[in-house]
Design a protein around this ligand. Structure first.
Ligand code: UN1
Length: 511
């Protein structure tokens, strides 16, 4: 366990101010209000910022709508120039932005740097995309006719992001939306307002450097009411929201009621199947990173281990052994692998889930405790925990945003896949096996029902090149790579007649 868990508030706030200044944000001049940035490292306040008022949201949507009229006509490769510049600035300021992610979200240095790298990667991807917004040409059934499709910018995109990936998920949406010709209004988690200020300052610089219209991106700070305005306003063509299933349940129907588009990336309840044919060394490493990394606070975090009965004891013992050696503590301390939970409510959810699991017959193999409470009384550090469960009870069906790994055993691969699919969420999943038949079955139509189905890799840590998202209560949205860009554009089908006749489709005669 790391000792350095109690940097003083002055140290943390001072560090945040210095880093923010280098990123182009001056907190001294900012208005104070009730958006509070509290560092999970010691639970103390880093800064207090003013929330965006209802009037400001309205103004932002008006200017974003006006800017859209300009931006949509800028050639897509020129829009790519802006995103290239953003990628350059992110590369230049990678360490500072990562430090801010550590201070505000509690991520260890390597994971915070990885998150910023994910932003740089999506900028690269989006720049390439700016020359590849391809439509198709289809054979027309009529002579001397051409049938094709064109992709056009959609409008204002409202981006709502969560605390746990405070910068990368914004970048997935914003880089792609901007090359698609959309303008963006961003409502970040109210828990991470400083990282949002920093991202906005970098993008504003990129906008200035590339002479793009300034209102193509606006930051809106605040709580739920700010997000609700985006959800209900018909000027927002697409609401792309990352967060809990509860939040998605509120957003989806409201956006649909006004025929807006939504892209939802909600909760996961991700499982790994470990078969008899698994390379166990690989499995242990993959499982420990996915389940204990980020203190279990990724939507892709591993929550369920479905292991073949014959190897369950050995595998669980090996993972438990690795867990006992995980350094828990301040993410600023060198060597820490498990940082804090984000706040007290997350700790209460951890405790409650463990109580429920035990009353359902679960047995804690390792972990289960809060640590470092004396040196950091306002912060919530917990031991990554393994619980063996007699069956998949309701507590296992819930996503608890904390490092709890439930262990279930299976006898046949069909049973394992059934367990994998038996939860309401459908984000990420994986199998560890060296048997190709098992791997293929897991990825087949009769296999995992999740948006991500991996082989010999954990459930978290996806690359940006693939489409990211999942099925069922995860919300069905896809963002980041592959053809997710289509969600940010509208499609027009074009039929052109270059003959001197007017033949009707389907052979209809109307003469
Ligand atoms: C999230 O937790 O909301 O696959 C996103 C991963 C990261 C993204 C996670 N690339 O774990």
């Amino acid at each position: 366990m790391s000792a350095d868990t109690t940097p003083t508030t002055d140290q943390l706030a001072g560090r945040a101010t210095t880093v923010l200044a280098r990123l182009g944000v001056d907190l001294d001049g900012a208005e104070r209000g009730n958006v509070i940035s509290r560092s999970p490292i010691n639970g103390e306040t880093l800064a207090q910022l003013a929330a965006t008022t209802a009037g400001d949201v309205d103004t932002a949507l008006t200017t974003a709508s006006e800017a859209f009229l300009l931006w949509r006509s800028v050639p897509a490769p020129r829009r790519g120039d802006l995103v290239r510049r953003l990628g350059e600035l992110l590369t230049e300021h990678k360490t500072d932005l990562a430090t801010l992610v550590t201070l505000e979200a509690g991520k260890i240095e390597s994971e915070a740097l990885g998150e910023v790298q994910e932003m740089i990667d999506i900028c690269d991807f989006a720049v390439g995309l700016s020359r590849q917004l391809y439509g198709r040409t289809m054979p027309s059934e009529r002579p001397l006719h051409r049938l094709s499709e064109t992709w056009h910018p959609l409008g204002v995109v409202g981006v709502i992001t969560a605390f746990n990936f405070p910068v990368a998920v914004w970048a997935w949406n914003t880089a792609v939306a901007l090359v698609a010709g959309d303008t963006v209004v961003w409502k970040p988690s109210e828990i991470t307002p400083l990282t949002a200020l920093a991202c906005t300052a970098l993008l504003d610089r990129a906008i200035r450097d590339s002479n793009a219209p300034s209102a193509i991106h606006t930051l809106l700070q605040g709580a739920r009411d700010v997000g609700e305005r985006l959800v209900d306003d018909p000027r927002v063509a697409l609401v792309s929201a990352t967060g809990s299933v509860r939040m998605g349940r509120a957003i989806g129907p409201r956006v649909a009621a006004r025929f807006g588009r939504s892209l939802l990336e909600l909760g996961g309840n991700n499982a790994v199947i470990v078969s008899e044919a698994a390379d166990l060394d690989l499995a242990v490493r993959g499982i420990v990173f996915s389940a204990a990394g980020t203190a279990g606070q990724r939507c892709t975090s591993l929550r369920r281990l479905i292991v073949h009965r014959s190897i369950a004891e050995e595998l669980v013992a090996r993972i438990a052994d690795a867990y006992r050696q995980l350094p828990i503590g301040s993410p600023l301390a060198a060597g820490t692998l498990v940082g804090p939970l984000v706040h007290e409510a997350a700790f209460r959810a951890f405790e409650e889930a463990l109580e429920k699991a035990q009353s359902d017959g679960g047995k804690i193999v390792v972990g289960g405790n809060r640590v470092l409470a004396e040196s950091a009384p306002q912060a919530y550090y917990v031991e990554p925990t393994i619980v063996t469960m007699p069956q998949q009870t309701s507590v296992v069906h819930d996503e608890t945003f904390a490092p709890i790994l439930y262990v279930l055993t299976y006898d046949t691969l069909d049973d394992a896949i059934e367990l994998n699919n038996a939860v309401p969420q459908g984000l990420s999943s994986a199998i560890f096996t060296t048997d190709q038949r098992e791997a293929e079955l897991f990825m087949s139509a009769a296999g995992s029902d999740c948006g991500i189905a991996n082989v010999n890799i954990g459930t978290s840590g996806a690359e940006i090149g693939g489409a990211f998202g999942g099925e069922k209560e995860t919300g069905g949205g896809r963002e980041s790579g592959s053809d997710s860009w289509k969600g940010y554009m509208r499609r027009a089908t074009n039929t052109v007649n270059y003959s001197s006749e007017l033949p009707l489709a389907q052979g209809v005669n109307f003469s």
